[in-house]
Design a protein around this ligand. Sequence first.
Ligand code: SF4
Length: 458
Amino acid sequence: MIIDTHAHLDMEQFRDDLPSVLARARDAGVRYIITIGSDIKSSRAARDIAAAHEEIFFSPGFHPHDVKSATEADYGEMEELLKYPKAVAVGEIGLDYHYDYSPRDTQTEHFKRQLAVAKKVNKPVIIHSREAETETMDIIASAGLPEAGGTLHCFSGGPGMARRALELGMYLSVGGTLTFNNSGALRDVIKTAPIEKLLLETDCPYLAPKPLRGKRNEPSYLKYIAEALAQLKGLSPEDVMRITSLNASLLFGICEPPKDGAIVYPIRDSLYLNITNRCTNACVFCVRNSTDFVKGHNLRIRNEPTAREIISAMERADFTRYREVVFCGYGEPFLRLDVIKEVARAVKARGVKVRINTNGHALLINGDRFMPELKGLIDAVSVSLNFPTEAEYEKYCRPQREGAYKSLKEFVRRAKEYIPEVGVTALAMPGVDIEECQRIAKDELGADLRVRKYDEVG
Ligand code: SF4
């Protein structure tokens, strides 16, 4: 499923063939589309299109080009349009200093006024900003966003604008410009933005992505943008579609995010197993503190699955298609050693590689006799060292058991006797001495070190 969060389906370019445009979108996996108003006439038309098609939602608003002609009556009608259940946002609104079709002070006045309308009805805002980065962000910061949040549509700003928007909890929406040859600077910005804060859009009929640049754009071309974003982020196109669809659902309330936690879930070319949500740490930075979702998957399971249930779920996912099966870190897998052994046996029997992501407390949890049982079952283990000192580990990981830091180091040393690939990870948290982590990994533990981004999981 993909969601096109910004289309202009009311425009004359779609007058003759909207049904076939929508059929192609469905065939391309575009499940929902938000069609956007730019003045009162197009907002009304957007409402009518949404009313006629189950998969279409709409957003009324006055584009900065058109605010010069917005009247009091238009604002009254906009508030009426916002009462429709399929009205999911206010926009597009904002500033455009490239064309200056409306005087700048008029743009500012109407931008602030529409932010106030959005706050009143508590719907997210869809913001257009062109050559007005600082002014746009200053107005958002001073006027404030609705509690429902907002997005910068067809994001084309620099790193400063992205940082300010992300600090305000906003989303950045990525369009066809991401695929253009001359968009290197944009790709640099989007590469560092968390995928959990990105949306996909076509902005059709404008800005068709490569390889269709110059043609009329349409929602079915969204897949090219998803592919470009996947390449930039080192994810699969399916990952990008799933994650950005969840993001759009969370922002616009278009559809319910998955309610049940997944037992098995793919990311890139790995199949992850979610066997417990319990852990012997209570890390201050743990993703479980802030969300149930990792890379678009709900991982909050109500009951711990049995080994049989996990194996059945793996088989349904055809796990042999994946490069590896990974016991994941949304909880500590070694709290369920028997399940690890039974499931790993089933995976190895089909010739697939097995990895465990662990906090390294296995010896504290299971005693020190079980390690030989892992031989031949587990191909790789990744242990979260996180910090170079016990004091930092105690402060930020808050282990429930004494001696956890020393024990995880001992686990790494012992694991090398039974597991072919043993690595440790450090956390690129501000102030953490990564060089010292490197030294510990190499000199004390004889293991490779991988540095994990502080704000990225999965
Ligand atoms: S070890 Fe992993 S799962 Fe456990 S609390 Fe820390 S971050 Fe969360």
